[in-house]
Design a protein around this ligand. Structure first.
Ligand SMILES: Cc1cc2nc3c(=O)[nH]c(=O)nc-3n(C[C@H](O)[C@H](O)[C@H](O)COP(=O)(O)OP(=O)(O)OC[C@H]3O[C@@H](n4cnc5c(N)ncnc54)[C@H](O)[C@@H]3O)c2cc1C
Length: 497
């Protein structure tokens, strides 16, 4: 592609920002990314502790099936290709109640058999659930172009390929995960339906997530999240992009309603022909530019915390000096632990033994997770620094003790590597309320989707997981591509990139 001589500046070197950089270069622009942290990747991250690697993002990467458009995007940015090796996992997760255990296997027939074996009286409901997971396997997110640039033919093609999705939405789009659980009589199947996603998530989100795995379109690339982020950053640099790390952006310079560059925290200004914000929209509107520019739909969502909650977590990573039998993710009952005003009587542990690069031979990394919400974020944020440290230590100790009570074989073989809270995500990525997805899709809320442009400021574009529900890596990567397509369209150039 011929160089245009125009410069695109991208704020934020997470997956969205890195993708925007690569598509900018592909389109003939010069591209510079400014990332506040020393390492690119944003929330698609991992870090080392005491000879172990803590992988803190990819539970599944939607788009690993080469048959769909999202795979092309991942390949273009250098995340995966035909030679990528994936974790050899056979399940989504397992729920345990009073010693009864059921699993959502990647093999749907196996799940069906196991669930019916566990609770024959739920057979009809189980068969319906399985049938609709099969329908949900056709669900894809638009990856070729933004939906507002799609024509009738694009919509017809999408409708044809997702012909079964309306059935999933009809049956499971108007109930949340708690209500889905209540359709089953078996206590352990009820928990299976509510363990993974927050209870107010729409039930269809669970089916779509599970279907990503059963269809083979949601695998886990080996070597983990950080390695994937670094592959994308390397692709950007190899193509001629400039990545500035440890470079926090303070504001976007607007001159006569036009974005003309950025100012860094150290006062340096950098001019640009186009600016793309790939940071949290809460940080963009209010910190980088005036909040008055925030699109109305987005402002309403931030104001209505009940209809548009966010999801975050309290997490702990342990080194396990043993071969630990639990495979992947297991949810189980525990003596309640208290966080702020809430009691948690179920926790999950995830065994990372599927990737041998994360731990020395014969050992593994185990992570525990307490799913947290806006309310929990406010609890942590309200503590003084001393109270915060004490509360974090207490909770870490309590959860460790719960894990040892559940798995006595780990006593003496489990060592703390690290623990982190919703505040960590805010500090590290400026993530709104520590969220690591976009707004949660609850029953009755209007799906959040807005054009990645800013009314009243030209030459400023928005990428990142907040532009479209439910966020996550696929939305982040396509939003980077879409931001460039918006520039191309404005310049009356082809948006095929
Ligand atoms: C524990 C966990 C598990 C997850 N599991 C999955 C999963 O299995 N599958 C999935 O699809 N998704 C998963 N996600 C979500 C996924 O990680 C995110 O949706 C995605 O990484 C968001 O990318 P982004 O580029 O939109 O935002 P971010 O990653 O937040 O990137 C924004 C970047 O901007 C930088 N920044 C912020 N402010 C400034 C500033 N002023 N100046 C310069 N830079 C700035 C930040 O440091 C950051 O690097 C998970 C996330 C977490 C934390």
């Amino acid at each position: 592609m011929r160089n245009t001589g125009e410069k695109v500046i991208i704020i934020g070197g997470g997956i969205a920002g890195l993708a925007a950089g690569i598509y900018a270069l592909k389109s003939g622009f010069d591209a510079e990314i400014f990332e506040k942290n020393a390492v690119p990747g944003g929330e698609c991250m991992g870090w080392n502790r005491n000879g172990y690697h803590i992988d803190n993002c990819i539970h599944w990467l939607t788009g690993t099936d080469p048959g769909n458009a999202l795979w092309d995007v991942w390949k273009t940015v250098g995340a995966i290709d035909e030679n990528t090796e994936y974790a050899d996992t056979d399940r989504f997760y397992t729920s345990n109640v009073d010693g009864r255990e059921v699993t959502l296997w990647n093999d749907l027939d196996r799940t069906e058999r196991e669930l019916i074996g566990e609770s024959p009286e739920d057979e009809d409901e189980i068969r319906k659930f399985i049938e609709h997971v099969r329908y949900a396997e056709s669900c894809v997110i638009p990856a070729i172009k933004p939906m507002d640039m799609m024509g009738i033919r694009d919509y017809m093609d999408m409708g044809k390929s997702m012909a079964n999705m309306p059935k999933v939405l009809k049956e499971y789009g108007n109930i949340n995960c708690t209500e889905l659980g209540l359709r089953f009589k078996s206590p352990v199947i009820r928990k299976l339906m509510t363990d993974y996603l927050p209870s107010d998530y729409t039930a269809y989100s669970l089916l779509v997530s599970y279907a990503t795995m059963t269809s083979g379109n949601g695998k886990i690339p080996l070597k983990g999240s950080l390695a994937m982020s670094l592959r994308i950053a390397d692709r950007f640099k190899q193509m001629g992009g400039v990545l500035h790390t440890s470079s926090s952006v303070k504001e976007i310079i607007i001159d006569k309603h036009k974005a003309t560059g950025i100012r860094l925290e150290d006062g340096t200004t950098v001019a640009a022909d186009h600016v793309i914000s790939a940071v949290d929209t809460d940080f963009l509107f209010g910190r980088l530019i005036d909040k008055k520019y925030m699109p109305r739909a987005l402002a309403r969502a931030y104001e209505d915390r009940k209809a548009y909650p966010v999801i975050t977590g309290f997490q702990i990573a342990f080194a396990i000096d043993a071969d630990f039998s639990v495979k992947d993710t297991l949810f189980f009952d525990c003596e309640p632990v208290r966080v702020g005003q809430k009691n948690y009587d179920r926790i999950s542990v995830k065994n990372y033994s599927y990737d041998t690069s994360f731990a020395p031979e014969g050992k593994t990394v185990l992570q525990a997770n307490l799913c947290q919400s806006d309310e929990d974020y406010l609890y942590w944020a309200g503590l003084t620094s001393q109270e915060y440290k004490a509360a974090k230590k207490k909770l870490t100790d309590e959860i460790t003790q719960r894990i040892i009570s559940r798995f006595p074989e780990l006593d003496g073989k489990i060592t703390l590597l690290d623990s982190w809270t919703p505040l960590t995500y805010n500090r590290y990525c400026n993530a709104y309320h520590g969220s690591y997805m976009g707004f949660v899709t609850t029953v009755g809320n209007k799906q959040m989707r807005f054009k990645g442009v800013v009314k009243g400021v030209s030459n400023l574009y928005i990428a990142g997981q907040w532009v479209m529900n439910p966020g996550g890596l696929p939305v982040a990567v396509v939003s980077g591509k879409f931001a460039i397509q918006r520039i191309l369209k404005k310049q009356h150039r082809s948006i095929e990139v």
